[in-house]
Ligand binder design. Sequence first.
Ligand code: AMP
Length: 567
Amino acid sequence: MKYKVLAQACQELEKTSAYLEKNKIISNLLKDTPSEKLEMVVPLLLGRVFPAYVSRETGIGLQQLKKAVGRSTGYSEKEINKLMEELGDLGRVAEKLTEEKKQMTLADETLTVEKVFQNLRKLPRITGEGSVDRKIATVSKLLTSSDPVEGKFIVRTILGDLRIGVAEGRLRDAIAEAFDVPAETVEHAYMLTTDYGKVAKAAAEEGERGLSKLDLSAGHPVNPMLAQRSENIQEVLERMGGEAAFEIKLDGIRIQPHKRGEDFFLFTRRMEDYTHMFPDLEKPAGKSIKPDKAIIDGELVAINKDTGKPMPFQEVLRRRRKYDIRDVAEEIPVQIHLFDVLLSGETTMIEKPYTERRKELEKIIEPGERIKLVEHRILGDPQEIRKFRTEALSMGHEGLIAKNPNSTYRAGRREFAWLKIKAEAETLDLVVVGAFAGKGDRAGTFGSHLLAARQPETEKLKTVSRVGSGFSDEELEKLTEKFEELRVGGKPSNVDSEIDPDYWFKPQEVFEINYEEIQKSPSEAHTSGYGLRFPRFVDIREDLNASSADTVEDIDRLFKEQEKRKP
Ligand code: AMP
């Protein structure tokens, strides 16, 4: 299949913003794609070459990519930088320069989807001496064989933003339309596989029957179910129909243990494979999880050796860079507290109600020193719930989570079936989209950051605040190093901002932010319509990515709650 077909579809998608029209373009592309190529075309349409759960960096940043464009078109870095300023996007620069190519190399081969896909996939594997140069050579070779539109989208794929307004949610409807299957069936198949490429292929080859054959598979991460915020215990009971299951909310990181015969895996909330970081858990987990095959859900917590109490988890994530993993395992023992089961032996559990899953969990787990079950109680009396919450807080936990006893496991969803009941002042988890250059003492660092909240309906990130305090010098330096790698040439297409920071970042990292007050119509024009008074940086949430940050709706709710509390 020619890459041109895909690039042309992307070009059309970039030009239209109408939902139905976009759907038509995608569904036509999917229909025209031979089914065995769908597992390449679908990720490429989302601007990536690995499924969402594989976080593999290409190791090519903006600067290297500029070099590749220069090499393939014969333009100097200076000329490229100048055009960059004009066009704001290296993809468009590549398009323009390919049109005007100085080095008249005849494109000797037609680019195929396979060729682009395989070459981009190769990038993370190029390592060792001279690897940067070899990576640049690989990309520039692709660009040399590209026409202008192909070049534009190859560059944007490497930058991770196609700027065509296609996010995962949209694929559900396009696949449904292309292969004439119900959207809910497509969604369900996606919950099980977390892979629209696989889903599209099954739908293309065997329609609804093909989709119904897809299932969970141990070793393959599932997008975890998330919890909504709640305002108070009364609201919780109303939403849950008078009674709910209450569990302790532990402060650790979400972890999804998988067992497949002798194999054991641990996946994070971002669906990254963390198995290697906790070699000391493999044996205890293998023993505690009784079925031969299982997918379990839980929280990984670090224990203070002296007090036996849980300790802030960010400590562990930080230490992992400083020490050898085996030393850390000794120094900071970890435990997994389990609260759900998705797959037990051959039985898929996610469609079964919470109470049934809990019963199964208790049946298949033999708790030990490292593997525990989260404490849970079915309660309907507000007094008793408050008592449980006080107990949890005094044990050093974050609060409680209420779970609807009849709810199924909704992979990747943040709905009202699970509700957080916290005690402390709320913080916000916001996406870092840009930064301003530091001045004075902070020269040479990103002195302050621009933060945004999600708006799932529009798939946009809306700005909420800048944050320039709460960082230690050391933190600021480390963050600068980290964000340097995430720099992109212009405003990412899913960011909606009226503020123009000095630098734009690939919207990926999340800051936890403390504030004194949420302001409606703040003095600075933020596209969320809200602003924060005295925002302070608390931490970088290494366990979250942009898709699990707080939403404008969350802020709206917190704002209303705050206003209610005012005298
Ligand atoms: P938050 O990160 O504030 O959105 O809270 C949701 C997170 O709480 C989940 O992703 C889990 O990592 C964590 N958590 C701790 N205890 C539980 C529990 N019993 N059930 C579900 N999630 C829990």
